[in-house]
Structure formats: structure tokens, C-alpha cells
Design a protein around this ligand. Structure first.
Ligand code: VGL
Ligand code: ZN
Length: 202
């Protein structure tokens, strides 16, 4: 059984949003072509309470993209984004969400950031996604969404750790920082992941 995971395809990560991923909107037609080939489609939403600890606005004197240290963890501070219930946190109207069977939300703990769809940053809190996928007899996880170098990449790593065959559908993602992506994809391949293009699946 295979699943297509749509990671954080939300207005705030699209051009014009609070934390726009360059050309993030270009993935939407690609995703639309893919969903029909999958027996199971699951989406995630970055879903922060107002005043979330990952927002620069929650730290006196800090600006977006500064970093702070929490214990051993370095945390990049972001512009306020994907605040629960706001239009920025919603799926774009251009994304057909009808095939989406379940939605997992992450980043809800005010103090912990959560990039991966499976766990928070420190692997202390699970979203329940791994159990849900196992319950559905999923063996193969295909990844699309935003941002390729942050939430999609972290989800890809955790998916491999959870023992799923994991596929990164590169043209169904876009990175926030393009220059970071080749190194991350090399790391993903070294850990046993597969990088492919939408055309390889249709
Ligand atoms: C994301 C930064 C902060 C993402 C979420 O979805 O890639 N990036 N929150
Ligand atoms: Zn976030």
C-alpha cells in the first residue's frame, strides 16, 4: 500500500503568504496530477497557536530568520505563519483537497517547533501519523509539498527511520533555500531514500 503525503501546502507558504517558498504555487498542478494515482492521500498542516515560540515576534529584539538556542537545539525564528484558523493556515483554493482522507496538524505546542509530519523537532511528541499509516498497511511513502528543505526533508528522514520505503517527488516540492537542497537530498539518498520526478509515477 502506498500513500501520497502532502506536506504543508498552505497559503502562508505560497507567494504572497507570510513565509513564501519561491514558486511554491508551481507544485499545485503537479500534485493534482499525482493524487489520482494513489489509493491513499494524506495532508499535513503547520498549525501554530498565536505567539508560537518559533515566531520572531515572540522573542524580544529578534527578527525573522535570526536563530536562538533552546537547550541543545538551534531554532530558526520565522515570521508569524500558519496561525490556527487564519487564512494563511488554510489550504489554497487551487488545491483539490477532495482526495485527502486525513489531515495531520503539527506545531501546535506553543513551545516546540515541529517540521516533520511524524514528530516534533526533538522526537518527544508524535503526531500519530506513523501508527495511522501502519494501520492502513502503508509500506511506501511518497512526499510532496513545502518546503522541500525543511518540512518535507524532515518528514522524509523520519519516514525512513520509521521503516517506510520513502520517495521524494522532487518536482512536487520547492525549497525555501535552493542551495541547501542538493546536500540534503544526498543525505536522504545515503539513508536509503529515493528521489524521483512526477513523470516517473504517471
Ligand atoms: C515550515 C518553517 C516553519 C515548513 C514550517 O512547512 O517547511 N518551515 N514552519
Ligand atoms: Zn511553522
Amino acid at each position: 500500500m502506498k500513500v501520497l503525503l502532502l506536506i504543508d501546502i498552505q497559503n502562508d507558504f505560497l507567494p504572497g503568504g507570510a513565509l513564501p517558498v519561491p514558486a511554491g504555487d508551481a507544485i499545485i498542478p503537479v500534485v493534482s496530477r499525482l493524487t489520482g494515482s494513489f489509493p491513499l492521500v494524506v495532508a499535513t498542516q503547520d498549525w501554530h497557536p498565536r505567539g508560537h515560540g518559533s515566531f520572531a515576534s515572540s522573542h524580544a529584539g529578534k527578527r525573522p530568520f535570526d536563530t536562538v538556542t533552546y537547550g541543545a537545539e538551534r531554532q530558526t525564528l520565522w515570521p508569524d505563519h500558519c496561525v490556527q484558523g487564519t487564512p494563511g493556515a488554510a489550504f489554497p483554493v487551487s488545491l483539490d483537497t477532495r482526495p485527502v482522507e486525513a489531515i495531520f496538524r503539527k506545531g501546535t505546542d506553543p513551545l516546540i517547533d515541529s517540521y516533520s509530519a511524524f514528530y516534533d523537532k526533538d522526537h518527544r511528541k508524535t503526531t500519530g501519523l506513523a501508527g495511522y499509516l501502519r494501520d492502513k498497511q502503508v509500506t511506501d511513502v511518497y512526499l510532496a509539498g513545502l518546503a522541500a528543505d525543511i518540512c518535507v526533508f524532515e518528514t522524509a528522514k523520519d519516514s525512513l527511520r520509521e521503516g517506510f520505503n520513502t520517495y521524494f517527488v522532487q518536482d512536487a516540492t520547492r525549497p525555501l533555500e535552493a542551495e541547501r537542497l542538493p546536500g540534503l537530498l544526498r543525505q536522504f539518498r545515503d539513508q536509503g531514500g529515493t528521489v524521483l520526478q512526477c513523470g516517473d509515477l504517471l
